[in-house]
Every structure is written in C-alpha cells, then in structure tokens.
Design a protein around this ligand. Structure first.
Ligand SMILES: Nc1ncnc2c1ncn2[C@@H]1O[C@H](COP(=O)(O)OP(=O)(O)O)[C@@H](O)[C@H]1O
Ligand SMILES: [Mg+2]
Length: 179
C-alpha cells in the first residue's frame, strides 16, 4: 500500500482503523487534545483537520504546535501563505491550509514530499487533496455543537492504519477517557 493510495470514501472507518468520539466543551479542551496528539506525533505523520470554517481547525493546530515547540509561538492561520513551517520541536511541523489551493497536485509544489519525509503535516481542508491525501493518517473531524454551548465542539478522531489506531487508544487514555 503506497502512502498516498486513497480510500474510496474519506469518512468510512476500516477494519485497521480506530475511532473515538468526544465532546470538547471549551477551547481549552481542544488545546489539551492537541497536546495529547503532539506528544505522539513524529516525522512522517499526517494529521488531517476536517470541519467547517470557524470550527477550530486552526485552534487545534495552534495547540499542537505550541505543545511541540514553544507555548508563546504565534501560529497565524496559513490562509494565504498555504503553509507555515515550525522548527524547534522533535520534528518540524508543516501547517497547511489548502482552502485556496487550485488543484490537488499543487500540494507537491508546496514541498509536500519533503514534509512527508521529515515533518509532521497538519492539514486544514484536506478534502482539497482528493486522491493525494495519504491513507495512513490521523483524521480529526470537528463539528459545532450548539446544544452543548457556543464554545463546545464535537470531535471525531480516526486513526487510519494500525499505527495510528494504536495511538488513538493512547490519546484517549492520555486525555482521560470520555470527556
Ligand atoms: N471548543 C472549541 N474548540 C476550538 N475552538 C473554539 C471552541 N469554542 C470556541 N472556539 C473558537 O472558535 C474559533 C475557531 O477558529 P479557527 O480555529 O480559526 O477555525 P477554523 O480554522 O476551523 O476555520 C476560535 O475563535 C475559537 O476561540
Ligand atoms: Mg483555519
């Protein structure tokens, strides 16, 4: 299985995958989840951040980058730059926002092959990648949860492939089970 071979449906959960759903009652919960993922992320990893505008994809990425590098790191949204690179942690972190990418192939012009080799890739708007989205990855899907409060979100983590599936179970244990 090649790293970029794609599954027919990006939201289906396969036999080798692990899924965990939890509620994030406030931005601090999202930050804490991000720190739990940061502790297990390594070079070559891909974390795909799914969800609507304003749901918290960048907030999650910021939390992960700060946990991995410097708590004072600024982490602007890469809306216009498309990618921002952070050094200083165990591995570099490439933070992508692909909303404005013209076509899936354009990811390679941004140096995605280097990122896949040597960095952790955090990808907002991963749907823009179509078949270029790596199959082995962590998916985080965020949705608004107005019934739980304006600052609440529902999260769905899917570890795709055995390695990420194991790590989802660890993230769940580290976070403290069901929030
Ligand atoms: N539980 C939560 N998790 C993450 N962000 C939240 C939460 N509750 C409220 N917010 C707010 O929602 C906004 C999310 O913005 P942002 O992360 O830029 O969204 P996106 O990148 O998905 O477009 C921020 O203003 C953040 O403070
Ligand atoms: Mg964003």
């Amino acid at each position: 299985m090649s790293a970029t071979e794609n599954s027919p449906c990006p939201h289906a959960v396969g036999a080798d995958d692990a899924e965990w759903r939890l509620d994030l009652g406030a931005p601090e919960d999202t930050e804490r989840l991000a720190a739990c993922v940061a502790a297990l992320a390594a070079a070559g990893d891909v974390v795909a951040l799914w969800g609507d505008l304003g749901v918290g994809k960048t907030a999650f990425a910021r939390g992960l980058i700060r946990a991995a590098t410097d708590p004072a790191e600024e982490v602007p949204s890469p809306t216009f730059t498309l990618v921002q690179i952070y050094e200083g942690g165990a591995a570099p972190i490439w933070h992508f926002d692909l909303y404005r990418i013209e076509g899936p192939e354009d990811i390679w012009e941004l140096g995605f092959d280097d990122a896949l080799e040597e960095a952790v890739s955090l990808i907002e708007w991963p749907e823009r990648l179509g078949r270029q989205l790596p199959l082995r990855r962590l998916d985080l899907e965020l949705t608004f949860a107005p019934e739980l409060g304006t600052a609440a979100r529902k999260a769905r983590l899917i570890g795709r492939g055995p390695d990420w599936a194991r790590r989802v179970e660890r993230i769940r244990a580290d976070f403290g089970g069901d929030a």
